[in-house]
Design a protein around this ligand. Structure first.
Ligand code: ADE
Length: 180
């Protein structure tokens, strides 16, 4: 269950002061991958949580580049649903749906491929971490532009002080494993 892995994830995450800039306390999640059984337990716990929350099924897991790609496809395989990559601008061929968000300096854009989702899809967005929430909000916008339903946004770590959840739409069902 999510409760049974929370402490283990907290113990594995490395907090690095002043990276990548002075004043930032960077949460390095990569040490989780030094414990393959923990990786597998995380993905199983998230899949079980989603099965219980949505007994009528989930048709797609959408993962945010880059660290959402570490967990999203594994969870999608466990749930036997498709994985949809949400990527930074210019990485996906063909027609795409785009949404932009404001960062500390300038604007960034995420996109998904057109035609990959339809109004019948029920989608869970997965990422490792939510900070200011801009990327997650843009991710919801590109998914919802297809008329698919975003039934949950799941992250391993929420940086509570940055209040990223507040920039998400009111209707968003947001779930966090671990609050920092
Ligand atoms: N992305 C945005 N803020 C971050 C932080 N403090 N640690 C890791 N990833 C981040």
């Amino acid at each position: 269950t999510l409760d049974s892995i929370r402490q283990k994830v907290d113990d594995a995450v490395l907090c690095v002061p002043d990276f990548p800039k002075p004043g930032i306390l960077f949460r390095d999640i990569m040490p989780i991958f030094k414990q393959p059984k923990l990786v597998s337990n995380i993905c199983s716990a998230v899949a079980s949580h989603l099965r219980e929350s949505f007994p009528h099924g989930i048709t797609a897991i959408a993962g945010l580049e880059a660290r959402g790609f570490l967990f999203g496809p594994q969870i999608a395989i466990l749930l036997d649903c498709i994985f949809v990559p949400i990527r930074k601008l210019g990485k996906l061929p063909g027609a795409t749906i785009k949404a932009s968000y404001v960062k500390e300096y300038g604007v960034d854009t995420v996109e998904i491929q057109q035609g990959i989702l339809s109004p019948n899809d029920t989608v869970v967005i997965v990422d490792d971490l939510i900070a200011t929430g801009g990327t997650m909000r843009a991710a919801m916008e590109v998914i919802e532009a297809t008329q698919a339903k975003v039934i949950e946004c799941f992250v391993l770590i929420e940086l509570e002080a940055l209040e990223g959840v507040k920039v998400l739409p009111e209707h968003c069902n947001f779930v966090t494993l671990l609050k920092h």
